[in-house]
Structure formats: C-alpha cells, structure tokens
Write a protein that binds this ligand. Sequence first.
Ligand SMILES: *Cc1c(COP(=O)(O)O)cnc(C)c1O
Length: 435
Amino acid sequence: MLYGRLDYQRKVRALDHFLYRDGILHAEDVPLSEIAASVGTPAYVYSTATLERHFRLFDEALEGMPHLVCYAMKAASNQAILKTLAALGAGMDVVSGGEYARAKAAGVPGDKIVFAGVGKTEAEIAQALAGGLRQFNVESESELQAISRVASEMGVTAPVTIRVNPDVDAKTHAKIATGKSENKFGVPIARARGVYAEAAALPGIEVIGIDVHIGSQLTDLAPFEAAYLKVAELTETLRADGHKIERLDLGGGLGIPYERSNTAPPLPTEYGALIKRTVGHLGCEIEIEPGRLIAGNAGILLSRVVYVKEGEGRRFLILDAAMNDLIRPAMYDAWHDIVPVIEPEPGQERASYDVVGPVCESGDTFARAREMPQLREGDLVAFRSAGAYGAVMASEYNSRPLVPEVLVKDDHHAVIRARPSFDEMISRDSIPEWL
Ligand SMILES: *Cc1c(COP(=O)(O)O)cnc(C)c1O
C-alpha cells in the first residue's frame, strides 16, 4: 500500500462533504437537522460535490488513455444522481431494461450505455438495440445467440464484449464476489477462445473487446492485478486468433472505507496506475464501471432515535430506520458508521448499543454492541457511507412507505424522491372485481 492509514484518512476527509460545522452535521452547507425538519426521517441525503468529486477521481486516474467511466447505476439510480453524473460526461453501466430506460430518461446518449447482466431477455436486447448502446457485455453462449437472433431480425449489428471469468478470488463478501469459477458470471477464461470463435461466426454481432468484473467492495489491488494480467494475456491470444480487441471493460468493484477507523482501501489514482501498468500497452480503449466508490460516501441515511430500551445486559437504540430502508447490514453483515447529528462534546459519555429498527425480525439489526456517544430519544443519527446499495434496495416491508431521497448542492437541497403517503402506497394495489 502506498499510503498509510492516517494519510488515507486525511485524504478521504478532505473529500468528505458530510462534516460537523457549528456543532451540527452538515451535508455540504445544509444542516442535516434542517432536512430532518422539512423532509422527515428516515431519509437518504446525497452530496452533489461528493458524487462529482468521485467521478472525476476515476476520470483523472485514467487520463492519458482513451477511456470512459461508466457509472454502475445499480448502486444508486435516482434520475437526479444520473443527471449529475451525466453532466460530467459519465457513461452508464446498466443491468436491466428499467435501468436502460432510466439512463435514457436522464439524457445519457445510447453510445455511452453499456448493458451488463447474466439474464438479459430478448425484450431487453431489442430495447437497447432500438435505443442505441455502446455494447452488450455478454455472459454466455446462449446470450450470444439471443443477441445475434434479435439483431439480425432488426437488421442491425450489436457491438459486444464477452465477459470472462478469470477465476480470481476477490477476497470480499461471498455475496458480492463474482470472479471465481463457482460464480454464475462470465465464461470461464479457459474457454474464452472457443466462445470468441463462435461469436465471430454469428450474424448480427460485432465482437469489439473483453469484459471482466470480479466483485465488489475490494479493499486490495492484488485481485484486480491478477485479473487484469489474465485479460492482457487473453487480449494477445485473441488478437493472434484474428479477433479485433479494441476495448477492455475492466468492471467496477473498488471498495470504500465503511469503517473509517480501520480500513484504507486503495485510492482511484493507485487503481488507475495499476490499469496503465497491466493493460496500458495494448492500445485499447478502457472502460471502468465503478458504482460503490462514486455513490457510497456521497450519501447518508438520516434517522431518529424512537426509543432507548434497556434489555437484559444490553441497551437497544430503536431507530425509525429499518432493514427495509437499508438492508446492507442484514444482507451482507455490513458495517456502517453511525454518528449523532449533534456533534458530541469532547469527553461526552459513551455507551454500548444494539442499534435496531422497528421491523418485526431480529435481522433488523444495524449494529451490535456498538460504542457510541450516549444518545437520547428524539436525537438524530446519520449512517455514513449509505449512498450505494442503500435506497435502491429499499422496500415497503411492514408497509413502511418507501424511504425518500434528498440531493444537496451547496446550500440548496431538493427532494428527489418523495416519501409516498399511506394513500399513495395503498392505491398502487388494485382490487379484483369479485371483491
Ligand atoms: C455491481 C457491478 C459493478 C459495480 O460494482 P461496484 O462495486 O459498485 O463498483 C460494475 N460492473 C458490474 C458488471 C457489476 O455487476
């Protein structure tokens, strides 16, 4: 690692737009208490400056190589977030017809949209071919045939890269590792030559490159290096076989420091240097698909303490946010720093809490035995680093209205997805005529 932990924290802190000012946690220039008062809690709050900053870090890290940073919009796909990034020239990595439609609705041109995903339907393939796209990242022979069929019927040629599975251990949580041979993603790299030969023979398809994505929340560059070296070698092999390999899509996956006190994942500049070192000599156009690192630290989940409850040998902090609003702790055992919105006094008493939501499941637990400044009923708290895989995974479980989203820019804030009223929530159901 090039940077020590403290050095990293200093750098990250310099990029942080959620800081205490005058004793209150702010999003840029807006006190979070003001947002809680006007929008209510729970609510997601995003910082425009952080989104922009993170996109630019990647863009600058690849300077000197032809490249496109395609934001993996599954991390956070609100139209306002997409428009913010699109205005900087971001491409989009989409994984469904719905995401494709969202990218187009945000004004992203088709030739900046990469369509990924293991289960693209013929309807989705036709939708993207009709609306225009940069390329399909193809995950199987069957999908190649489906794309060939649909493109031929439409009388068009589909640009494709083939996603190879390099059999590299990303050393991340099992649910977000994608680059081992046991994962459902990509074609085994050992079989790649055969698949490229098959693709070259199919009508309606133009193979233009290679795609790889080994997982998410990687906190070490070594797995990326192993994967990219394999991709470099494959590029030479496929070129020798007569294929035109002009574009390398190197996926996303760079991790963020969820637990600020003890994680220091590599910086985008180090990641960019690695890309140059491993595949820079090939003369390919480079695409990367970061999601988490662009949106993760750009968002917090704002919540209020409903009750403090004394249990048997433990104290529960019961919040008005729940697993339906932020599922990462329940699903991935994820850690989120949880901080009070009112800045603790130096030397303020601390306490250990099990931080939970109101949902009727024990899995609705955000943290166990978490050391925090002492909190009281009615206090506001913020879950840090909740911008990615937060709001997009929210549901209305327990008939809790879908959590709203707010975007801050300087001293402005705007609701970018409103909390539905109970009536709106109920009116989405319809009653069959026999009732
Ligand atoms: C999820 C995903 C990404 C984004 O991963 P992050 O960890 O959010 O950067 C990129 N590419 C593909 C194919 C993905 O599935």
